[in-house]
Design a protein around this ligand. Sequence first.
Ligand SMILES: *Cc1c(COP(=O)(O)O)cnc(C)c1O
Length: 364
Amino acid sequence: MKVPFLDLKLQHQAIRTEALAALADTYDNTRFCLGRDVEEFEKTFSTMFGHPRTLGMNSGTSPLHIASLCGGFGPGDEVITTPFTFASSCWGISYVGAKPVFVDIDPDTWCVSPEAIAKAVTPRTKGIVVVHIFGQPARMDEIMAIARQHKLFVVEDCAQAVGATCNGAPVGGIGDCGTFSFYPTKNLGACGEGGAFVSRHPTVMDRAQLLRVHGSPKRYLHTEVGFNFRMDGFQGAVLSIKLKKLAGWTARRRAIAAKYRAGIKLAGVQLPAVPAYGESVWHQFTLLHPQRDALRTHLEKCSVGTDIIYPGPMHRQPCYASLGYKPGSIPVAEATSAHCISLPIFPELADEQVDHVITSVNTF
Ligand SMILES: *Cc1c(COP(=O)(O)O)cnc(C)c1O
């Protein structure tokens, strides 16, 4: 039996008729940039948070850039964040000339550690970029308490965690703003690039809306230097269709994760934690194992696709060499990168495939 790490074709075959009809309507009516399809998606997406507004954008990186500007981050400012992440969660900090300050992660959920954040706060600290990694919610209550104490602006990068909750609250609606990616491989994926920005502060939403389209409150008036971060109409149309399926897909991811958690019995393996304070949406199901590479080779022989996410933490990437982090300076993140291996987890996996993954892991 073959189990691919990810197969996007199955999901797109399942919604093909509905998606192509919606795309044809967008095409026939030339609603290419923003427009009704995007507005309808934004409206439905907002209901998840009880926020009045969402801003659809052209990627998950663009709202991170806008978040940094809305947080007032700039040269001379420090922004605390996690090194165990996809690169782009750091880019927003760097784009505006602020300095990312990397701190360690919790050893069980692999999200940024509130204790580590508290220790890293200095008079120059301006904000925190939290990443809900692999769909796991970070400990937002503690992070928000630190932020309140030091008046820090909190960005939640929810690219991997659409629908995850922390003490009943959806991630993205807890911090000062939340950012989402609809890159095709995410839990909610567009047929191309896409992203979104939400904030519970109306003034932040106004500024973000301005920045999204050329700093322009009305046609040919530009009150600040802005961007072209518009979502295109085709993505809005497809995302509205997929958003209706998201709860079902998330339930299936949770069922697969539960099967893995119950079935995997391998000496030396560390399973992902199920935090008591929140609910994961299982963007990845990642294990730690001291012989990760050998385990990966074994799984390959069993026709089980895996991935190493992420093989190198951000504080050790060449692009941040000038920050001067030495090997061993952020130990939990480094050990996690050295020992992590992600198993297939996507809603279309059949139970027999999940069983095959479990058996394959257990026979290592
Ligand atoms: C995917 C991802 C992003 C960026 O999204 P793009 O849409 O590719 O720009 C940002 N942060 C994290 C944690 C991600 O996984």
